[in-house]
Design a protein around this ligand. Structure first.
Ligand code: PLZ
Length: 452
């Protein structure tokens, strides 16, 4: 039997912007769909909060039981322009009626070139650039590594503690955390080396101090002459929303330049206004050689990109980069509409305002609850790290219980972190201040309800 709502609401910003609980969450229709899912989809594909969506927009997700949940996750930083944003819907609808696919490497189309031109212009640095389009974040990271190896004729790649770069074979090797991302899935790709990250809350080091440690590790254990690329998230996403101490990123970028190493910023989670700048590298004036983007780029349609210095990007031979769907015309139409909103729709400013609201509310919470060890992040990418107040030990159990309480109370709340003890606030940039504050109030209730 198929579960459909008699009158399914239409998504987008016209949905009532409210938390509305009509049934237990998950409700009966979600539970029925979840039980079908359990028989049809492997357990490896897990659903964090087993609620099924009917519509979404602004700052809410409406489920099949009619509950309206506050969206503090935006599908892991994807629907930054809002879910079913009218501009995206219109662009996609127009493109879908013209043609849905040709394969860009068989028959070209303007949308692909226009997205490349826009990314070349909008990404940090005014040097000559090129952009290649792909489908997923992991695929963009894989291709950035291919391009850097092709350019340098070197093989080694340095990544960092707590890094997340994807779930394909190469990117699993680059991702730090074993469970759930890597455990049992090896062997992994070779020539991936891990260096120490700056993690101010836990290491207390300045940026230059932390960079000196990482650089020494790289020089001693890998050797600059073997190193094709350094790949780093300017703010780590899955690893715990870790903002490196000021000076860490610039020192690494500088060392890379001096040593002919390609500096790759993975801005898949931090990109497109999320942190209150178009790209997170800008907060520290870092200009990466290559930048990988995905997630927020196309309002929810699958698209990713590698953008960077023309001389590096052009190193790969003709036919060396590609794929059937990379830069699909419908996804490109969605990206052009989304990029317009990031550039001219006030979303970067809105991300900064969201950061002010969240930081204020979370700092206030921290004053009353010592289990919040740290409040950190930038813009609409904020987090709290939950710890044992006595020892500073990560408290993953508390984190899990807060997220579960929030879900049952109608707030979609994601966790992250190597130690599973970070709650992240990653709303669509179209969310209202009222919903944000209500979301934090629910987190406060959840903390109060958790056993101390
Ligand atoms: N690089 C920095 O954040 C995706 C994945 C969550 P894909 N992060 C969310 C999960 O459980 O799979 C991500 C990222 C950074 C690369 C990726 C990978 O992007 O589009 O998921 O392949």
């Amino acid at each position: 039997m198929t579960t459909t709502l008699a009158l399914a609401p239409v998504g987008g910003p016209t949905l009532p912007q409210e938390r509305r609980i009509l049934t237990e969450i998950p409700g009966p229709k979600s539970r029925e769909l979840f039980s079908r899912k359990q028989h049809a989809v492997p357990g490896g594909v897990n659903i964090a909060l087993p609620v099924f969506a009917a519509a979404a927009g602004g700052g809410v997700v409406v489920d099949v039981d009619g509950n309206s949940l506050i969206d503090l996750g935006s599908g892991i930083a994807v629907t930054s322009v809002g879910n079913a944003a009218p501009e995206v819907v219109e662009a996609v609808t127009a493109q879908v009626a013209q043609f849905t696919h040709t394969c860009f490497t068989i028959t070209g189309y303007e949308g692909y070139v226009a997205v490349a031109e826009k990314l070349n212009r909008l990404t940090p640095g005014d040097h000559e650039k090129r952009t290649a389009l792909f489908n997923s974040g992991a695929e963009a990271v894989e291709n950035a590594v291919k391009i850097a190896r092709s350019h340098t004729r070197r093989q080694a790649v340095v990544v960092f503690d707590h890094a997340y770069h994807g779930r394909t074979n190469l990117t699993m090797a680059m991702t730090a955390k074993s469970m759930p991302y890597k455990s049992g899935f090896g062997p992994f790709a070779s020539e991936i080396h891990r260096a120490s990250l700056s993690y101010p809350y836990r290491d207390g080091r300045s940026g230059p101090e932390a960079a000196a440690i990482a650089i020494s590790e790289i020089e001693k254990q890998v050797g600059a002459e073997n190193l094709a690329a350094i790949v780093i998230e300017p703010i780590q996403g899955e690893g715990g929303f870790i903002v490196p101490a000021p000076g860490f990123l610039p020192a690494l970028a500088e060392w890379a330049r001096e040593n002919g190493v390609v500096f790759i910023a993975d801005e898949i989670q931090t990109g497109f206004s999320r942190t209150g700048a178009l790209f997170a590298c800008e907060h520290e004036g870092v200009v990466p050689d290559l930048i990988t983007t995905a997630k927020g780029i196309a309002g929810g349609l699958p698209l990713s990109a590698v953008t960077g210095r023309a001389e590096i990007m052009d190193a790969a031979h003709a036919g060396g980069l590609g794929g059937t769907y990379g830069g699909n015309p419908v996804a490109c139409a969605a990206a052009l509409a989304s990029l317009e909103l990031f550039e001219h729709g006030g979303l970067t400013e809105r991300a900064r305002e969201i950061g002010v609201v969240l930081r204020g509310a979370l700092n206030a919470l921290r004053v009353e609850d010592q289990r919040i060890g740290d409040v950190r992040g930038r813009g609409a990418m904020m987090a709290i790290e939950l710890v044992d107040p006595g020892t500073g030990e990560p408290d993953a159990a508390l984190t899990k219980s807060v997220a579960e309480y929030a879900g049952a109370a109608g707030v979609i709340l994601l966790t992250c972190g190597t130690y599973g003890n970070v709650i992240r606030f990653l709303p669509p940039l179209t969310i209202s201040d009222d919903l944000l504050r209500e979301g934090v109030r629910v987190v406060r209730e959840a903390l109060a309800a958790a056993p101390r």
